[in-house]
Design a binder for this molecule. Structure first.
Ligand code: 13P
Length: 249
């Protein structure tokens, strides 16, 4: 069976102090949550505070991006081995905000995913269509191209270690969540792509998360879909009580 992953993407929110106080409230609320892997992805600078605060818990810490080279003259970048040595176990790659504002492409997603795997991190690779793409019936073409370009070149052994997140761009931060049926249809399509590329066993074991306005009051319906293996949560992961009730759906 696929163990759900409930991941919080904090985006560019919270100070070091706010990071520590989040964990003080959040950790006890999810202490008995063995049904899912729980992940928090703070900003780079707050990774040490989060790793420290999560030390005696099962909560995994992740980054929101990574560079594909190990070291060098790349001002402002952070490498996968650096994240691993800071205590990260996870990393989000190819988030739509990185695609939209920072020039992320299928090619950079692929390079970052390989680098993350080499450093022992678990990549959460994001795909998802924009509103105009959904409205022009291009959802599958867009998600399929992002999947093929971003992770299609991995070996089956590499692919087995990644998690996919389907995040329709029009549902991110808008309060407009995809209905459970819409999300499940996209997940089913993506699982079909996994099967085509990597075979039936990979398709059966690959975890596909849904992201886009996941809240305590809609998580149950989403998680009731057998195709949905967890959530990647933005806004609602910033509040310890709200993210704990999502984790404990
Ligand atoms: P919201 O949950 O705020 O819509 O953000 C989703 C997201 O982008 C998670 O990566």
């Amino acid at each position: 069976m696929r163990k759900p992953v409930m991941a919080g993407n904090w985006k560019m929110y919270k100070s070091a102090g706010e990071t520590s106080s989040f964990f003080e409230k959040f950790a006890p609320l999810v202490a008995s949550a063995t049904h899912a892997e729980v992940v928090i992805c703070p900003t780079f600078v707050n990774i040490p505070a989060a790793v420290e605060a999560a030390r005696s818990t099962a909560i995994g810490i992740g980054a929101q991006d990574v560079f594909w080279l190990k070291e060098g003259a790349y001002t402002g970048e952070v490498s996968a081995p650096m994240l691993a040595s800071a205590g990260c176990r996870w990393v989000i790659i190819g988030h739509s905000e990185r695609r939209q504002y920072f020039g992320e492409t299928e090619e950079t997603v692929f390079k970052k995913t390989v680098a993350a795997l080499e450093a022992g991190l678990n990549p959460i690779v994001c795909v998802g269509e924009r509103l105009e793409e959904r409205e022009s019936n291009a959802t599958e073409a867009v998600c399929g191209a992002q999947f093929a370009g971003g992770v299609g070149g991995l070996t089956p052994a590499q692919f087995a270690r990644i998690v996919i997140a389907y995040e329709p761009v029009w549902a991110i931060g808008t309060g407009k969540t995809a209905t459970p049926e819409m999300a499940a249809a996209a997940h089913k399509f993506l699982r079909g792509e996994v099967r085509r590329q990597f075979g039936a066993d990979s398709a059966a074991s690959c975890r596909i998360l849904y992201g886009g306005s996941v809240k305590p009051d809609n998580v149950k319906g989403l998680m009731a879909q057998p195709e949905i293996d967890g959530a990647l949560v933005g806004g609602a992961s910033l509040d310890p009580t709200s993210f704990a009730s999502i984790v404990n759906f």
